[in-house]
Write a protein that binds this ligand. Structure first.
Ligand code: F6P
Length: 328
């Protein structure tokens, strides 16, 4: 069997570890592994490279993806999808591993519905994949957030300032909540919990009255305050501008941005990547596509790709409340 492997959407630390494990486990099972470059764009263009065990050497510790990635606009069109199916046929691919986040696994679902033996591997720092306790890349991103918060706290304490730190996550508040919890934030603002900017200012002012001289407010990029529209402004900007406006405390804004997507994967992400990829290769070899490799707490499970229609449930509101209690 000839199996293609591609990485798609936003890169996530651990993608290379997954490519390495998928190729080596696939080879062990007698599969011929083929790399597809630039995600679904490369699939449409037939941008394929052979991948043997040596080709994936020395990459386990590298962030990003050696296969490169893309947010393919063409794959969203019927013409683009037709071309992708033609390439799969012309290049005699018997199966495909799609490593990526929410949008990429939806693409994998479509291919599977068209009869392609497809398996997905959840890789996204957003942790917004249903039936997946942890997607690949989340742990590394969280550690980057915590490291950044540690550094920001040094300067926040020295100047007695508030720092608003905007983190990624798309519509999910997972990185903000878990990063804020681990980084000792006073306030965490996430899309899942509606809060007004006035409430934020009140919480920070209350803290000052209790003798807190600095504050760290972690804001998910998807957060929307209840008392004013964002009008194109980022969530972090809105929170920082409001705090400055109320003269509660001198405030600075840091947007962590793509720094959260880079870096060498943590041990957790490398192990997770290896486990998910090993399962994916074996499912494909057995012709059991149409699934993605979810993680149910510590167990790798085959989740039907149709579950991508479901809402992820990874944000634990008890932990949100815990932030409020332990930051007092
Ligand atoms: O999905 C991962 C992610 O990093 C999101 O958190 C963020 O909103 C988005 O990708 C940024 O995308 P891009 O790299 O295309 O700007």
């Amino acid at each position: 069997m000839r199996i293609g492997i591609l990485t798609s959407g936003g890169d996530a630390p651990g993608m290379n570890a997954a490519i390495r494990a998928a190729v080596r486990c696939g080879t062990d099972l007698g599969l011929e592994m083929v790399g597809v470059r630039r995600g679904f764009d490369g699939l449409i263009d037939g941008d394929f490279i052979p991948l043997d065990n040596r080709a994936v050497g020395g990459i386990i510790e590298r962030g990003g993806t050696i296969l490169r990635t893309a947010r393919s606009a063409e794959f969203l069109t019927p013409e683009g999808r037709e071309k992708a199916l033609e390439q799969i046929d012309r290049n005699s691919l018997d199966g495909l591993i799609v490593i990526g986040g929410n949008g990429s696994l939806r693409g994998a679902r479509w291919l599977s519905e068209e009869g392609v033996n497809t398996v997905g591997i959840p890789a996204s720092i957003d942790n917004d994949i249903p039936h997946t306790t942890m997607a690949m890349g989340v742990d590394t991103a969280l550690n980057t957030v915590v490291e950044s918060l540690n550094k920001i706290r040094d300067t926040a304490i020295s100047h007695g300032r508030a720092f608003v730190v905007e983190v990624m996550g798309r519509k999910s508040g997972y990185i903000a909540l878990m990063g804020g919890l681990a980084g000792g934030a006073e306030v965490v603002l996430i899309p899942e919990v509606p809060v007004s900017l006035d409430d934020v200012a009140r919480t920070v002012a209350d803290g000052r009255r209790r003798g807190k001289h600095h504050s760290i407010i972690v804001v998910a990029e998807g957060f929307a305050p209840t008392d004013r529209p964002l009008d194109g402004e980022s969530a972090g900007h809105a929170v920082a501008a409001h705090l400055e406006g109320t003269e509660t405390i001198e405030t600075r804004l840091t947007i962590l941005g793509h720094v959260q997507r880079g870096g060498s994967p943590t041990a957790f992400d490398r192990i997770l990547a290896s486990r998910l990829a090993a399962a994916s290769s074996s499912w494909l070899a057995a012709g059991k596509g149409g699934v993605f490799a979810g993680l149910d707490r510590d167990k790798v499970v085959a989740v039907p790709l149709s579950a991508m229609d479901e809402e992820p449930a990874n944000v634990d509101l008890d932990l949100y409340r815990l932030v409020g209690v332990i930051s007092t």
